[in-house]
Design a protein around this ligand. Sequence first.
Ligand SMILES: [Zn+2]
Length: 202
Amino acid sequence: MIRDHSLLNKLYFYTVKCQNVGRIQIGKLASTMASNQAHHATGLPAGIIAAAIVDHSGVTGPFYCWCWLALAAGVAGGTAPDWLEVAWWSKRRRLWITHRTLTHWGLGWIGLLIWSYKNVPIQPWYAGLIGFSCGCIMHLLADWPNPLGVPWILGRHSLNLWNSGRCDLLVVALAWLAAFFVGDHVWFHGIHELSLMHFVRA
Ligand SMILES: [Zn+2]
């Protein structure tokens, strides 16, 4: 009987442990998935902003090829700070660097954007770097409000507004709003911006 009890106790202990581990894993996965979805969804508006910047620099190329390159690179850059942390060459695909450190360094990506913008008239393929850095900056802006924060200059800074994965809809809406304003400013000389202002005031 005593044996049976200890066996039951063990069984109970392991069941509770498994449930808790499962819950934690699922919780972790859910929050990662949600913020990943936000990064995927903000990649396209980042690409549109990058294409507008390339167009503004006057380097568009035949069939706007350099703008298209910036757009594609912006989409890739939207998730880059996270996938650049993964050791893709290893079997276990662990992180080779601490999460949200060098790959999330704001000053680095902003510097790359400025440097690429200056160089794009000399070498048009810099349009790809403009796109990529725009995507990365958008990624950092989406990461900024949650408690872990982002190292813009040196130490991490957080806006502490919500946890990762929360308010994704707001993040995506703000990204599209930014793309609308930048795109409208470059391609339509702010016509839609003005009519939107009139609509809001009315
Ligand atoms: Zn991130």
